[in-house]
Design a protein around this ligand. Sequence first.
Ligand SMILES: Cc1ncc(C[n+]2csc(CCOP(=O)(O)OP(=O)(O)O)c2C)c(N)n1
Ligand SMILES: [Mg+2]
Length: 301
Amino acid sequence: MPVATENLSQILYRDMLLIRRTEEKILELFSAGKVGGTTHTCIGQEANAVALVGQLDRQRDFVVSNHRCHGHYLAYGGPLDGLLGEILGTANGVCGGRGGSQHIKYDRFQSNGVLGGGIPIACGMAMGEKLKGGDGITVVSIGDGALGEGTLYESLNMAALWDLPILFLVENNRYAQSTPLHLGVAGSIVDRARPFGIRADEIDTTDVEELLVWSSRAIEAVRLERKPHWAVMHTYRFSAHSKGDDTRDEDEVRAYQEKDPLRIQSARLNAEQLDEAEAWVRDVLGRALAACDAAGEAMKL
Ligand SMILES: Cc1ncc(C[n+]2csc(CCOP(=O)(O)OP(=O)(O)O)c2C)c(N)n1
Ligand SMILES: [Mg+2]
């Protein structure tokens, strides 16, 4: 377990490191032929998940994530062995090893591999919470590629019309699979929600501490006002879209790696704290993988 004296900077670093090392391991397992189906990692985007989803209240808030969901799931507090089991198809998977990397359901968290498919579902969940009179909020995360899905604009209309307590988290990593933003998205991303009367804001940083402050304002706005909010994070992924489908310019990827969120956060810690975080992650990852081994293959349908 993390040491009791851990401060916020350490916790943020450790939470991002857990996502990074987990996904590196998933890619390794994929290359070894141990992953059924495909997988999408959020390597480079960890700060978004930790800063925003990590601040939600698991007792009352809902998350609807997308195909790139591992970071959101872990930041939400989903069990690591359940995630790895799901991806490896072992019986301890959080959905019995049948959902795979993209279709995960745990408590108030779910992910959906259909691009844009989670958006109306999230609106329905926010509506449910509103009708029950609860004070939970729903966060739905989408990428820049989902800006081309018509269901988004129908959902924005309903969210505004019905005052739904929903936060639209847009992670613009500048590519939809291999299509760069300028070939797929016209106009401004942040302005898209404004004609619906939805409050919108954007941030362009990979500094988890800056993202944390910004995210807490967005979350509190939805929680208190019970109205939708459009929150755009400009970001970048270092890994391929999925596997073997990376056509980006290597110099461009390298330039963004200079702003690696882990690197920024590690500069705030000393060597001992960094070692401690690495050892903790190694330990929990090792135990989660051992749990998958022990669980054995998921029951075939
Ligand atoms: C309806 C539908 N169309 C196409 C796909 C295939 N697909 C999966 S992810 C993706 C690109 C998504 O890009 P973006 O929304 O920017 O998210 P990112 O992968 O960059 O996180 C596509 C086209 C899909 N899953 N669902
Ligand atoms: Mg994208």
